[in-house]
Design a protein around this ligand. Structure first.
Ligand code: ATP
Length: 224
């Protein structure tokens, strides 16, 4: 995508596609659904397709699209891609603003779940990988407000934003290990959990939740 070439930002729908998601199935599925999407949405909107080239690229694409006043930035992939797109909506602890001269509605964050786990889609009760259902949702343009969590880590200068879940220690380790076994599909989460358990020791964790502090010897902390 060439963000500067965006001519009519109010109607730009930017689809951020992770071609490597779900072991490469995301790219295949995206290609299959694109003609139908163009047919249903293309009359009224500009469909801008942006394929990611590696980790964190989705953050940059989403940030530029929000600055350009896109109507929506839609993550096409799994929870990792969604996470990066969400983080593109923020910079230096603040929501990214669209460039001067555009006063239309704020950019919406959308999702076409095509990942291995797709946890947020499950939270909403959406069927993962149902192309027609996903197109229907996007075309209807049904928007809703949703809470966004912010994580500040002492050693990390950049805040991290999350939607469905943030977890510390055991579950985070299990997720990290699972990411190395995505080639096994959903089995990667079983492998991640078993390997994480094997090397697990409680740690003294201190988590500040809003204005409250929780702490002590912990196996894991999950905020949902
Ligand atoms: N072109 C790319 N090459 C390699 N890695 C990429 C590329 N684009 C994005 N990524 C990374 O791939 C990670 C995982 O992608 P994604 O979440 O879409 O799929 P998944 O892991 O199969 O699904 P889930 O997260 O729902 O289990 C992202 O966090 C992102 O950093």
């Amino acid at each position: 995508m060439a963000p500067d070439a965006i001519a009519n930002p109010q109607r730009d729908y930017v689809f951020v596609v992770n071609p490597t998601g779900a072991n490469g199935r995301t790219e295949q599925q995206w290609k299959k659904m694109l003609p139908e999407l163009k047919l249903r949405l293309g009359k009224d909107c500009n469909i801008c397709e942006a394929l990611t080239t590696g980790p964190t690229h989705a953050v940059e694409i989403a940030r530029e699209a929000v600055r350009n006043g896109a109507a929506a930035v839609v993550a096409v992939g799994g929870d990792g891609t969604l996470h990066e797109v969400l983080n593109g909506f923020f910079e230096d602890g603040m929501p990214v603003q669209s460039r001067e001269g555009y006063s239309g509605p704020r950019t919406a964050l959308g999702l076409i779940p095509m990942g291995t786990g797709s946890d947020l889609a499950r939270c909403f009760g959406w069927k993962s990988n149902d192309k027609l259902e996903a197109i229907h949702r996007i075309v209807k343009d049904r928007r809703r407000r949703i809470d966004v969590g912010r994580v500040q880590l002492p050693d990390d200068k950049v805040d991290r934003y999350f939607l469905n879940v943030a977890s510390l220690h055991l579950s985070a380790k299990a997720g990290h290990i699972a990411s190395m076994y995505k080639r096994f599909g959903n089995l990667c989460y079983v492998i991640g959990a078993l390997k994480a358990f094997r090397s697990h020791e409680n740690r003294d964790l201190r988590t500040r939740l809003f204005l409250h502090s929780i702490g002590g010897a912990s196996g894991m902390v999950i905020i949902r």
